[in-house]
Design a protein around this ligand. Structure first.
Ligand code: GDP
Length: 369
């Protein structure tokens, strides 16, 4: 057994040193934060003490209760190419960071960020992942001020959201079917989007409603249609829908309303499948209220495995102060979001989703910026 201890600024610094001294099979046995230098306790610098060894058999005995699990620095197979080795190293670093995130002794700014994410109801795994990414950043190891932590957290969130942007529309007309639980705001939101396409984007819009379950729902959409001077078709079957789409062939976009259903019950998903013409290019946008419990949102999305869902639309942002579901949904399901509705006023209370806006919702607009 050869043991060696390193005093480093960050874990990323330690890995190449350990590899050079002890080889690719070395194990990290322990890590702890220490203070070095300074005068009478002032001006001390926080460093990381990393203990590594090359005897993997003895490693578990040396492990301390709080220490991260011993991990080979690289896979023992020396024939692996350098990219495999690098991925393996990164996985080790990530796992180490995950363990650090769970530890109670996070630097204060990280602790405050963690509290903010928890208050916003960001899921624990999403929180841990985000914090782990921040902890490997050199800038935050040397200067973990509140401002720096917030700025880099914002950058990370923006990059998460950027990877899940809605695709530009290629079909003409674009047919969007809005589905979702009762009362989430489907009809109201359709009216807002219709007004935006017509008044701001100068596009020709067609409206369809399949919500014949409630007479008032048909009337509601017809009222919006007559105010905006947009034609409205009522459909009951898949055949009706095919005809309505054909009739609206000169429209740029067709927006379709459906009855609010409890999609935690799969029978309603079958009902929807029967309504949509087979092989049709109708896009499915699931409307969810941000006031709903995240667990309920998950259940609905998971019930939709048989129907490919194209986008999510979130409503009632104005009725809740927690926005964690936005990042949870993107991280867990990767379904893009195009709009967030934030009030009852038609046509004004709707926002185009942008990575910056969503990050501001989660971290606070001017908090620590
Ligand atoms: P649907 O059953 O899903 O079609 O829902 P509706 O469009 O009929 O809306 C149900 C209620 O939610 C109505 O009172 C709407 O004014 C309200 N609503 C819709 N969107 C929003 C929103 O973004 N914020 C708030 N606070 N209320 C909304």
């Amino acid at each position: 057994m050869r043991l060696k201890t390193y005093i480093v600024g960050t874990m990323t610094e330690a890995i190449p040193m350990i590899k050079q001294d002890l080889g690719a099979d070395a194990l990290i046995l322990n890590t702890k934060k220490i203070k070095t230098g300074g005068f009478l306790g002032f001006f001390q610098k926080e460093k990381l003490e990393v203990t590594a060894a090359i005897d993997p058999v003895a490693a578990p005995k040396l492990q301390q209760a709080e220490a991260p699990k011993a991990q080979p620095i690289a896979k023992p197979n020396r024939n692996t190419d350098s990219s495999t080795e690098l991925i393996s190293e990164l996985k080790n670093i990530k796992q180490f960071m995950m363990q650090q995130v769970k530890a109670a002794d996070l630097p204060e700014a990280f602790q405050l960020l963690k509290e903010r994410l928890a208050a916003q109801e960001v899921a624990p795994d999403v929180q841990t992942d985000l914090l782990a990414k921040l902890m490997v950043k050199d800038e935050l190891n040397t200067d973990p001020t509140l401002e720096n932590v917030w700025r880099l957290a914002r950058e990370e969130l923006i990059s998460i959201f950027e990877q899940n942007q809605p695709q530009p529309v290629v079909k003409n007309p674009e047919v969007i079917c809005f589905i979702g639980p009762t009362g989430v705001g489907k009809t109201t939101t359709i009216a807002k989007i219709a007004a935006d396409y017509m008044l701001t984007k100068d596009k020709k819009v067609g409206l369809i409603t399949a919500d014949t379950f409630r007479i008032a729902a048909v009337e509601q959409l017809k009222t919006y249609g007559s105010i905006l001077n947009i034609p409205v078709r009522v459909v009951e079957t898949s055949e009706d829908l095919t005809v309505a789409i054909k009739d609206f062939h000169d429209c740029d976009i067709i927006l379709m309303d459906t009855a609010g259903r409890n999609y935690q019950q799969t029978q309603y998903i079958d009902e929807l499948t029967r309504l949509l013409p087979e092989g049709s290019k109708v896009q499915i946008h699931l409307v969810l209220s941000l006031t709903a419990k995240y667990e309920d949102m998950k259940k609905i999305i998971e019930n939709f495995q048989s129907i490919a869902m194209d986008e999510l639309l979130l409503t009632k942002k104005d009725e809740t102060s927690s926005s964690g579901a936005i990042v949870n949904l993107i991280r867990h399901y990767g379904i893009p979001i195009r709009h967030i509705a934030n009030g009852q006023n038609v046509p004004d209370d709707i926002l185009a989703f942008t990575p910056e806006l969503a990050s501001d919702f989660i971290l606070g607009e001017d908090h620590h910026a």
